[in-house]
Design a protein around this ligand. Structure first.
Ligand code: FES
Length: 165
């Protein structure tokens, strides 16, 4: 058997160059991933159904709400007297997070006083240019599930803001 001894010498300079290369590779990979994510948004933004359990019915009594994430976007479940509603809660004006004010029967954006209809997500007043995106939901076995965006093209158009939420 032929035993060989391999002697490798690593200088401090070579080690430093190697570590700098690793750091540069790490940052370049992160930048490339960001560009790719921007160019090809997640498939879930395209309206495909993805059932997500939001809450049990008991967790959200009438008159209350619950924040949740749906397809990576801040959203809110409302339990109105007429039943459950769910919307993306990222304001369509400049991306602040809107919330339900049941005493005033509005979804309110505190940044510039935008107001939305809690039944439909439509703009009532303020600067928001378009409604909050609605989410199809289902109630079964004592729980509420988010199914899909009602208008996936619209949600895709606000991905820039929603991604920042
Ligand atoms: S960000 Fe909501 S009203 Fe301006």
């Amino acid at each position: 058997m032929d035993d060989k001894i391999i002697n490798i010498t690593i200088t401090r300079r070579k080690l430093t160059e190697f570590l700098i290369g690793l750091v540069a590779l790490f940052f370049a990979g992160g930048a490339a991933a960001t560009v790719l994510k921007y160019l090809w948004p997640q498939a879930s933004n395209k309206g495909e159904s993805s059932e997500v359990k939001i809450a049990t019915v008991d967790e959200v009594p009438t008159g209350s709400s619950k924040k949740f994430m749906f397809n990576g976007k801040a959203s809110v479940l409302l339990h109105m007297p007429a039943g459950f509603r769910a919307f993306g809660s990222v304001c369509t004006h400049l991306g602040c997070i809107a919330y339900w004010k049941p005493d005033e029967n509005i979804i309110f954006c505190p940044c510039h006083l935008g107001k939305f209809d809690p039944n439909t997500g439509a703009v009532i007043s303020g600067p928001p240019p378009s409604p909050l995106p609605a989410i199809d939901i289902a109630v079964k076995d004592g729980a509420v599930y988010a199914l899909k965006w009602k208008d996936p093209d619209y949600v895709k158009s606000i991905s820039f803001y929603a991604g920042a939420a």
